[in-house]
Design a protein around this ligand. Structure first.
Ligand code: KIV
Length: 263
């Protein structure tokens, strides 16, 4: 099967074909997810919570991200591998370039950064040097301390306008993909319609071009799953079956349902 690239995903958006993404942190799960037809695998810094047991993603280091990216990249074909840049690894454009290069050399094909318009210069710098960027907006978990918890973002008109303007600024700066996390459905729909780059949602309703879930959540391993999660391992499926059911539900629009989103 041909490898998935950012062009494949951009083409999917143009043709209104939804695609999906799941996190993975090792070769075995990456292989099963890719063979089940999941187009993109995110080596998320969520590994700080689901693998390392921390209460946030802040303790994760570039070295740890590079290690897990290498593990995933060894087995993820034909899926596209997105490597997450951890907390404070892109505080300046120069630092971002150095650390993004480390993740790309570990096997990432895209790097993900959390933030708004302030990241535009960094996105431009990386894109110009051959490093595709996925910009993550809305509930950006590395800012949990500034938000005062893992809370829905963009509910008041001013905050919604800021997220929409940030999304457009980062798309214009050259971001290849956007992630919108925990924002009202209507806001995610408006942003998805207004940018040419594919938008991947999580807790952002059904109108985005794609969905992402943390693997441990969609396999029913989170004792307190967020409202936007569905357990795809239930109903007697095995892990490959759970990934395939998730991919099918995203593509046919049966996941996420209205109760998974926010107003
Ligand atoms: O680290 C991660 O798993 C993420 C997803 C929740 C989008 O950033």
């Amino acid at each position: 099967m041909k490898g998935i690239t950012i062009r494949t995903l951009q083409e999917a958006k143009r043709e209104s074909r939804r695609f999906c993404c799941v996190t993975a942190y090792d070769a075995s799960f990456a292989r099963v997810a890719a063979q089940a037809g999941i187009e993109t695998i995110l080596v998320g810094d969520s590994l700080g919570m689901v693998l390392q047991g921390h209460t946030s993603t802040l303790p994760v280091t570039v070295e740890e991200m590079a290690y897990h990216t290498r593990c995933v990249a060894s087995a993820a074909a034909p899926a596209l591998v997105i490597g997450d840049m951890p907390f404070m690894s892109y505080a300046t454009p120069e630092q971002a370039l150095r650390n993004a290069a480390t993740l790309m050399q570990a096997g990432a094909q895209v790097v993900k950064l959390e933030g708004g318009e302030w990241l535009a210069e960094t996105v431009r710098l990386l894109a110009e040097r051959g490093i595709p960027v996925c910009a993550h907006l809305g509930l950006t978990p590395q800012s949990v301390n500034s938000f005062g918890g893992f809370v829905v973002q963009g509910r008041d008109p001013a905050a919604a306008r800021r997220i929409a303007e940030d999304s457009r600024a980062l798309a214009e700066a050259g971001a290849a993909l956007l992630v919108l996390e925990c924002v009202p459905r209507a806001l995610a729909a408006e942003i998805t319609a207004s940018v040419r780059v594919p938008v991947i949602g999580i807790g952002a309703g059904a109108a985005t071009d794609a969905q992402v879930l943390v693997m441990h959540d969609m396999l029913g391993m989170n004792p307190r799953p967020p409202r936007f999660v569905q357990n795809f391992l239930s109903e007697g499926r095995d892990i490959a079956g759970a990934f395939a059911a998730y991919a099918a539900a995203v593509r046919d629009g049966s996941f996420p349902r209205p109760e998974h989103g926010f107003d």
